[in-house]
Design a binder for this molecule. Structure first.
Ligand code: SF4
Length: 484
């Protein structure tokens, strides 16, 4: 029996290193004992990796590893090694067999980890403090699993211009506007409720609180009380809950804010579901956006559309001439080509959500014509918060960037589409993603043969999209979206 020392919060890279050492010597899972660092006792230590050893793993195993490794369960290392051993020796398609006990257990671990990451993204609240060279924003969070390194890049992306520190019981992440660093765990700060930023959160929460959606059971399940201590808005909850009945009666007495708008999106005055209500409110807000000059020349904001429980969101660049007039995304020539390609890939357009990185048409008037002009980095940057709010609401399994502008909006930096297309990746907010070309690129190709070849590549990328959401192409085409 060998002892393999791994730190409790070991990440994928650390695990890969020890797994390679063990595999390179053909050490079977039943003779490997994963133990915390410094506790190997009398067991023999694993030998160094055999020179020249070569190992590649499938993307599906890498994804399983990246998620499950962050779980607190002590048996995760042993399970991951056992699955890797079987993959290498006799069962190359093991990860796709979700009925296998080890794969199923690791998938459950992965799911719990993703949920914890989602909670951290949603419930971290920064509190402003002053330091020598300007304000620093502090936050405290108590994760269930070892997710700090996994979740922190999201905050570096979202709060890139703030200096912040997130302290947790498992470690500390700090961002100085340039570099993300990690340190040891800290004790929970005594009083997080005296800081200036709290007022901002409280105002936001007070104004967005909707008594019609009050469900205290659901609220405590989705926002467990253990997070309340560091969330300034939770101090308001008792009063708001007790006043909810009165506010609800008040809302019922109010005339409809915009019946024409409600009719346009095909719902009655009383929303049927919370996401529909939130989405409609978000769209309404975006319709009035004047945050950048693009709204001056365009006809209207073109917001995303599609089912709000969609498993896939496609993100394009910006509305074109047709979309600007119709007020709907992907209804022009590029949109028609996109729909045809979706169909060929086995994806039902009615089952997916489509939107754009920039919500107003950027154009250059040329005589009577309005010529498409690519949005600048600043315009993409200022508009991306609408996109992220759409994604937060829909919470899809996969976000597909159509073209460089969408990829830049989602990743926060320029992306070389030709290098990155057709590869499964993680966006900085930890959502799974894939990049392909924008359908308008195909339309711009003058050569018929080149266009046909690129169209085939585009359809192939979309087929991969269908497969990445976990089902066969048929599952999606038939609308059996929950069956996978
Ligand atoms: S392009 Fe985006 S940020 Fe600019 S005005 Fe339109 S919606 Fe607002």
């Amino acid at each position: 029996m060998y002892a393999v020392e791994v730190p409790a919060d070991a990440g994928s890279d650390e695990f890969r290193r020890v797994a390679r050492r063990a595999l390179s010597h053909e050490i079977a899972p039943q003779t490997v004992n994963f133990v915390p660092s410094g506790s190997s006792g009398l067991f023999p230590i694993l030998p160094e990796e055999r020179p020249g050893f070569h190992l590649t793993v499938s993307r599906s195993y890498a994804a399983l590893l990246d998620d499950a490794i962050c779980h607190r369960a002590e048996d995760r290392f042993a399970l991951l090694y056992a699955v890797l051993w079987r993959l290498k020796h006799s069962e190359p398609d093991l990860v796709s067999r979700t009925s296998d006990a080890a794969v199923a257990q690791l998938s459950l671990y992965g799911k719990a980890v993703r949920r914890d990451v989602h909670k951290m993204h949603a419930f971290v609240r920064f509190h402003e403090t002053s330091a020598e060279n300007g304000p620093v924003f502090l936050a405290w969070f108590e994760p269930e699993h070892f997710i700090l390194r996994r979740a922190a890049p999201f905050f570096a992306n979202r709060f890139a211009n703030m200096r912040w520190i997130i302290a947790t019981s498992i470690g500390t992440a700090a961002w100085d506007t340039k570099e993300l660093t990690f340190g040891p765990a800290l004790e929970r700060p005594r009083n997080l409720h005296d800081c200036v930023l709290n007022e901002v959160w409280q105002t936001y929460y007070r104004t967005t609180f909707n008594p019609a959606r009050l469900n205290t059971k659901l609220m405590t399940r989705e926002m467990p009380r253990k997070y309340w201590g560091s969330m300034p808005e939770t101090g308001l909850i008792p009063d708001m809950v007790s006043g909810a009945r009165e506010r609800l009666a008040d809302m019922d007495r109010q005339p409809d804010v915009s019946p024409r708008f409600a009719a346009k999106i095909g719902r009655s005055r009383k929303p049927e579901s919370a996401p529909a209500n939130d989405w409609a409110a978000l769209k309404q807000e975006a319709l009035g956006c004047t945050a950048c000059p693009l709204h001056l020349a365009a006809t209207q904001t073109v917001f995303g559309e599609g089912p709000l429980d969609s498993r896939i969101v496609f993100v394009g660049e910006q509305p074109g001439d047709f979309e600007d007039i119709a007020g709907r995304p992907f209804v022009g020539p590029a949109g028609r080509m996109f729909h045809r390609a979706l169909k060929e890939a086995g994806i039902d357009r009615a089952q997916v959500y489509v939107t754009n990185a920039v919500k107003h048409f950027k154009l250059e008037p040329r005589g009577k014509r309005r010529i498409h002009s690519r949005p600048s980095t600043a315009e993409v940057q200022v508009c991306r918060h609408w996109l992220f709010r759409e994604l937060d609401l829909i919470d899809p399994e996969l976000v597909v960037a159509l073209g460089a502008t969408a990829a830049q909006a989602l990743s926060g930096k320029p992306v070389a589409v030709t290098k990155m297309r057709g590869i499964e990746l993680s966006w900085p907010d930890d959502r799974r993603g894939i990049i392909t070309v924008h359908p308008s690129f195909l339309l711009r190709l003058a050569n018929d043969a080149a266009r046909a070849a690129e169209y085939e590549k585009f359809v192939a990328d979309l087929r991969l999209v269908a497969l990445l959401v976990g089902g066969t192409e048929l599952d999606i085409r038939d609308g059996k979206r929950n069956a996978a």
